[in-house]
Design a protein around this ligand. Structure first.
Ligand code: FES
Length: 164
């Protein structure tokens, strides 16, 4: 049987199959969730806050815990929507503000504009460009050393997994 999940701040209701990943409901709402790592719990792009009903979600696994540790916007009620499974009723999800970017080119394409939503790193969830900030070449240059490569991150984490 499906469970009802409320999504804030857009005030949408999603029906998600019991034991289904929270992410499936969010995708159904056609939100721009990147799921950069393909739902493997290794990036920050499906990070959400649970406003209510944390106990109605599956417990957090090691991989999710480790990924959340590197997200700078992580709070005690953070979860990764691809890892958290819906087990019961009463879940209210809050989507973080901002847009995840896949590469430096995504930011380069916006040169000359003011940022309308914070641009976020797919790996750390960190704000790379604030709302209202003018995106210039020097902003892009400053971000050139930022690691956008979720693939690389996955490769490093896989090595660490071996020793668990
Ligand atoms: S899609 Fe990457 S952690 Fe969920």
């Amino acid at each position: 049987m499906a469970k009802r999940v409320r999504i804030e701040p857009i005030a949408q209701i999603a029906d998600i199959a019991t034991n289904g990943a929270l992410l499936s409901g969010l995708m159904g709402e056609e939100l721009s969730i990147l799921k950069e790592c393909g739902g493997r719990g290794m990036c920050a792009t499906c990070h959400v806050y649970i406003q209510d009903g944390m106990s109605s979600l599956s417990p957090m696994g090691k991989r999710e815990k480790r990924t959340l540790e590197v997200i700078t916007t992580c709070k005690p009620n953070s979860r990764l929507a691809c890892q958290a499974k819906v087990m019961g009723e009463g879940i209210v999800v809050e989507l973080p503000v901002g847009m995840y970017v896949q590469s430096i080119q995504d930011i380069e394409a916006l040169i000359g504009r003011r940022c309308e939503k914070p641009l976020l790193s797919p790996i750390t969830g960190q704000t790379l460009v604030e709302v209202g900030q003018l995106i210039t070449r020097s902003v892009v240059r400053q971000l050139e050393n930022t690691n956008f490569s979720v693939g690389e991150q996955l490769a490093n984490t896989k090595k660490a997994d071996v020793f668990e």
